[in-house]
Design a protein around this ligand. Sequence first.
Ligand code: RRO
Length: 313
Amino acid sequence: MISTETTLAGIHFDNCLMNAAGVYCYDADELNQIQKSAAGTFVTKSATVVPRAGNPEPRYLSTPWGSINSMGLPNKGLPYYLDYVSQQQTLFPEKRYFQSITGFNIDEDEALLKQITDSDFNGLVELNLSCPNVPGKPQTGYDFETVEQILTRVFEVYEGPLGVKLPPYFDIVHFDQMAAILNQFPLAFINSVNSIGNGLTIDAATERVSIKPKHGFGGIGGDYIKPTALANVHTFYQRLKPEIQIIGTGGVKSGQDVFEHLLCGASMVQVGTALHKEGPQIFDRLTAELQTIMQQKGYNKIADFKGKLKYLD
Ligand code: RRO
């Protein structure tokens, strides 16, 4: 039997595939659909201190090569997701889940982490440092000094397994600098990458932008971003201490895409744009396609090839 199981932060997951935060995770109805699917677990929508309606619609467009979004962090607030996860922990005590959170400053991050500590949450926290779509708020992950300050505070107040969702980086110096910061902390994982921020898609027929917020600017996902995602996964795999595992996200719509993320060093792989397009049954297809590739190559488990990307010299 070919296994797609994985381990992250010492926690076992039956399947290495799951949703990416923001897709099929806004409310209990959507999360229930991921729970019923072949995904190994779920991550919630990034939760803020108070619920948010998000940006005006239209704020998401599926395109032939991917997607653009400027959702603006619509979410039901952290207590809603902690309640939902608590119910799932009771129903399926052997499973562990991811709670995504994002504060608008360090004090809010601390308040969110205190709420989690005071709850019965037994899963992993994904701290989102890379939302590209809140007008007037830069992506934290591009401000290296602030990332270091946030992580310093985070690990003073939170003891459970925690990782960060990062924006894509594009320069080797930036990979070096960010890895040096991340390696100072007891992170369980990083998740690379969030959408490529502030792209623009337009409709030539109407001569208009395709989404309403920020005059059409939004985060780009899907096919457009797979090479960037793979580069980020592999570069961090080379630079991070082995205790910091990697979740690969970006441009996954086939078993081969999953295979490539794992080959670059990912321990889990998340699906965003393609999950939005195809629905949660995509996890059956991706798992079967990955198993077929593994069988053809003589691999029985992910450890047989994880991170073993070869070079031409
Ligand atoms: O809600 C969003 O607009 C959003 C978030 Br928080 C994020 O992290 N990434 C993204 O593409 N959209």
